[in-house]
Design a protein around this ligand. Structure first.
Ligand SMILES: CC(C)(COP(=O)(O)OP(=O)(O)OC[C@H]1O[C@@H](n2cnc3c(N)ncnc32)[C@H](O)[C@@H]1OP(=O)(O)O)[C@@H](O)C(=O)NCCC(=O)NCCS
Length: 156
């Protein structure tokens, strides 16, 4: 387990796919929100654990915005990356698109921010590596994650 800094690209997930089948639907025939939340949490946890090289637990979901529905047969395409890391916690940003397999059209259905905490064998918070935001977009997300953490602390 190394605490050497990592770039965002080292652990980011670009296009994790999940095919929507009938058992994923709600009674309106669109995708059940809980399925999407579970996929988002699992994908974010992979990014967090690759960054930390430790077991990571979900501590907080900071807004989960369902912007549009996905339908039967769509392919969910999930993107996830470390926005920022602190001492033992990390914010992972998630963006999910629904892709129509017939037309290839994609629309953005969900954005969310997950905070994961790395834990040791006794389930105590453990240190995680610093993150290196390289691109302008990564730097914007890094700053926004800091602002969200400050806002949360101020309202605690
Ligand atoms: C997450 C957990 C390990 C934190 O343990 P803790 O002893 O309360 O942690 P501390 O107060 O020492 O804080 C440790 C870090 O976690 C962060 N943290 C703790 N609770 C948090 C919360 N609700 N939201 C955001 N960050 C949180 C702190 O900001 C701190 O971050 P830093 O080290 O990067 O500065 C503990 O609360 C836990 O085990 N929760 C249950 C997790 C779980 O089971 N998740 C699955 C849900 S089903």
């Amino acid at each position: 387990m190394s605490l050497a800094p990592k770039t965002v690209k080292q652990t980011a997930i670009e296009d994790q796919c999940y095919k929507i089948f009938p058992n994923d639907l709600n009674s309106h025939g669109t995708v059940f929100g809980g399925i999407v939340m579970g996929l988002a949490d699992r994908t974010a946890s992979v990014v967090a654990e690759r960054h930390a090289e430790k077991v990571c637990v979900t501590a907080l979901v900071d807004s989960m915005h369902f912007r549009a529905p996905a339908k039967r047969g769509d392919i969910l395409v999930i993107k996830a990356a470390v926005n920022r890391s602190w001492t033992s916690s990390m914010e992972i940003g998630i963006k999910i698109f629904a892709e129509d397999y017939k037309t290839g059209e994609k629309h953005h259905i969900v954005s969310a921010y997950f905070t994961f905490v790395a834990v040791d064998d006794d389930f105590k918070p453990a240190k995680v590596p610093p993150i290196i935001p390289e691109t302008a977009e990564e730097q914007r997300r890094y700053a926004a994650a800091g602002a969200r953490r400050e806002r949360r602390k101020a309202s605690d």
